[in-house]
Write a protein that binds this ligand. Structure first.
Ligand code: YZS
Length: 259
């Protein structure tokens, strides 16, 4: 059974997560299917892409497949990691991508939702950033992404507490463009998408790329970059990182030693 469903109608593409049993985890298999679907939809004159879960989902996506996180000693969010790959693909896609969010959003799935250009949620759209819960050193582009969208203070609170941000708080902090009643979510999203398809795709594509380039224009000296990578390595080499993954797999609360 396909773990995503794909549809193209009136220049609006839709990718629907279809792995509710495993809470739509962003496994390498799902990411590979998404990348293939995006390529195929682009050939069909898609002007807007909507990414969503099945109607009635309690979880939009549970984020990175923890079973696929490497054991200590390897960067868990390196440039070629499947999650990081799909984030870049969406951010550089020359058409608007709308995250239609019903259900809770976890870890890397928050980055996926926020990598989309517009986020439309409902009462169940909670967001939870989980690196500190698992002992993962989040990556530089991901952290910059959160800082740009919600500001430093809210980003720190999300990363430090690893507690869910409610839909109302997410809307208030700028993680959601729109917060609508779940019964109106689909119609509201597709109506907005339809308006975009009537505008100039060339102008929209260039404006999206200009914003991406400006938002990521943060000069970082080689020494600073190497310092960041060294800091991140102390985390993914740590006992805490191993404990975080082991605790998740054993379905128990992790006990972090700070080593
Ligand atoms: O045990 P079975 O085989 O039935 O599978 C269970 C879960 O193990 C599985 N599952 C996952 N498998 C791998 N990776 C995941 N992230 C993951 N999440 C869930 O799905 C089956 C159903 O899970 P339940 O826990 O029984 O479902 P439920 O009681 O409805 O709870 C749903 C949530 C989403 C609340 C719960 O599954 C949960 O807390 N999952 C972990 C969410 C999470 O921490 N995700 C962040 C993963 N890390 C990242 O994305 C980044 C690396 S980072 O951490 O840096 O942000």
């Amino acid at each position: 059974m396909a773990i995503i469903n794909t549809q193209l109608q009136d220049n609006i593409g839709t990718i629907t997560f279809n792995n509710p049993e495993h809470r739509n985890i962003l496994s390498s298999e799902l990411v590979s299917e998404m990348l293939q679907a995006i390529g195929a939809l682009q050939k069909g004159k898609m002007r807007v892409l909507i990414i969503r879960a099945l109607k009635g989902s309690k979880v939009w996506s549970a984020g990175h497949d923890v079973h696929e996180l490497p054991m200590p000693g390897r960067d868990p969010l390196s440039y070629n990691d499947p999650l990081v790959t799909i984030l870049r693909s969406i951010q550089s896609l020359p058409i608007p991508v709308i995250a239609m969010i019903e259900g809770s959003v976890w870890g890397g799935a928050c980055d996926l939702a926020l990598s989309c250009d517009i986020q439309i949620g409902c009462q169940s759209s909670a967001f939870c950033m989980t690196p500190a819960k698992i002992g993962v050193p989040y990556n530089v582009s991901g952290i910059l992404h959160f800082m740009n969208i919600m500001g430093v203070n809210v980003a720190k609170e999300m990363f430090f507490t690893a507690e869910p941000l409610s839909a109302e708080r997410a809307y208030h902090c700028g993680l959601l463009n729109h917060l609508v009643d779940v019964e109106q979510l689909e119609e509201f999203t597709y109506t907005l998408a339809s308006k975009i398809t009537r505008n100039s795709p060339l102008s929209i594509g260039v404006i999206k790329e200009q914003i991406r380039l400006l938002a990521s224009a943060h000069p970082m000296s080689p020494v600073t970059f190497e310092r960041v990578q060294g800091l991140r390595r102390t985390v993914y080499d740590s006992k805490d990182y191993a404990e975080g993954i082991q605790a998740f797999l054993e379905k128990r609360t992790p006990v972090f030693s700070g080593e």
